[in-house]
Design a binder for this molecule. Structure first.
Ligand SMILES: [Zn+2]
Length: 373
């Protein structure tokens, strides 16, 4: 098993390539993206903030919509926005899986920042059926339903509040190294509908999937921008975490995206066991590339298992009960052959997951939606 000599990505990633130095294609691509997508010169942040402020129509209460999950990234992004004089409305998606700590963290933070919160509560039965369809699908991203609904909700809220900016806690420093084969574009409505149809989930009237046309309307007609605010500041995650703890009573829940119990179990148990994917490798590799931890520190983090046995047992019981799956059904799902996104109908040609003209449209949307100022 070859491991990159600079980051910690290894041959568990399909199609990983190493150059003569032993550096992998993922961290090489990171360096190129970092040059183009991190704008930490103070002028860049200043002009973004100006543009957001100017976009507010007088008498309006807000100038941007910001998603908040309760995690470090989205919480810290809110702090940056408020410190720079923006007037955000925070939007939280309740998909039924939030840990109590995350909910309390959000409330504490927003109270102190005096930022109003809108919580979008999904129809639980509808969302459960959608999630179960993905759990049965065999594809390695069971988080597509949640990610899709977060994006859809943010665009819909931006329209509702007539704002032109959606600012998120997305950032290069902790997310930019993520192999394509581990993920898929959660905006692909055709994939979602196809998986639902095949695995018996009825969405009609319960869960409102965002079609490509709805997204294109928001991006090109309404000209709503979707920007990762933390790419505009020097984002040091550990320092940000400490600030949230010291000033906002924020509590650590021990793992990236572990604010949701579903995510914790999926990343800590399902992905390593069923798909041979340990997402921690990508997270620590990002941190190495962003000079936030040493390669040796990162190796220590990966030494232990992603999740301890007792937590696995607790979460598994909780998850199966909530999804109404029996032990046998779940074991069959874990033993079933894995599938690819392309075993289902999809819009891969739009989202950059096909060869040939792949990604032309996605690239246009990305450029258009993220050209901040
Ligand atoms: Zn590498």
């Amino acid at each position: 098993m070859q491991t990159c000599t600079r980051c910690l990505m290894d041959e568990t990633v399909p199609n990983i390539v190493f150059d003569d130095n032993g550096y992998c294609n993922l961290c090489n691509e990171y360096l190129i993206r970092a040059q183009n997508e991190i704008w930490t010169h103070p002028d860049e942040l200043g002009s973004l903030i100006d543009s957001v402020k100017k976009s507010r129509i007088s008498k309006q209460d807000y100038d941007c919509v910001m998603g908040v999950s309760g995690g470090v990234d989205s919480c810290y992004a809110l702090v940056v926005a408020v410190q720079n004089g923006l007037r955000p409305v925070a939007v939280h998606l309740d998909n039924g899986w939030n840990s109590n700590i995350a909910v309390r963290d959000i409330k504490n933070l927003l109270d102190r920042l005096k930022v109003p919160l809108v919580t979008e509560v999904l129809d639980w039965q509808g969302f459960r059926d959608l999630q179960v369809a993905f759990v049965k699908s065999g594809i390695p991203n069971w988080e597509i339903p949640t990610d899709h609904m977060i994006t859809a909700t943010l665009y819909r809220m931006a329209k509702r509040f007539s704002v032109k900016y959606i600012l998120t806690g997305g950032n290069m420093t902790s997310e930019a190294i993520m192999p394509k084969s581990w993920m898929y574009d959660s905006r692909d409505a055709t994939l979602i509908r196809s998986i639902c149809a095949e695995h018996g989930a009825l969405l009609r009237g319960r869960i409102n999937i965002m079609s490509f046309l709805e997204l294109a309307h928001a991006v090109f007609i309404k000209k709503i921008k979707y920007l990762p605010l933390l790419n505009y500041v020097h984002y040091d995650k550990e320092a940000a975490k400490q600030l949230l703890i010291d000033k906002f009573g924020w509590q650590d829940y021990g793992g990236k995206h572990y604010e949701s119990i579903f995510t914790r179990f999926f990343q800590g148990y399902v992905l390593p066991l069923k798909y041979n994917i340990d997402k921690r490798k990508a997270y620590v590799s990002c941190a190495i590339m962003a000079d936030q931890i040493s390669r040796e520190q990162a190796m220590k983090i990966l030494d232990g298992p992603p999740m301890c046995e007792s937590q696995i047992r607790i979460d598994r019981l909780y998850l199966l009960k909530k999804l109404r799956l029996s032990d046998k059904e779940f074991e069959d799902i874990m033993d079933a052959p894995n599938k690819s996104y392309f075993d289902y109908r999809n819009e891969g040609f739009i989202w950059g997951y096909r060869s040939g003209k792949s990604g032309v449209v996605m690239e246009k949307i990305r450029r258009f939606a993220t050209k901040g100022v």
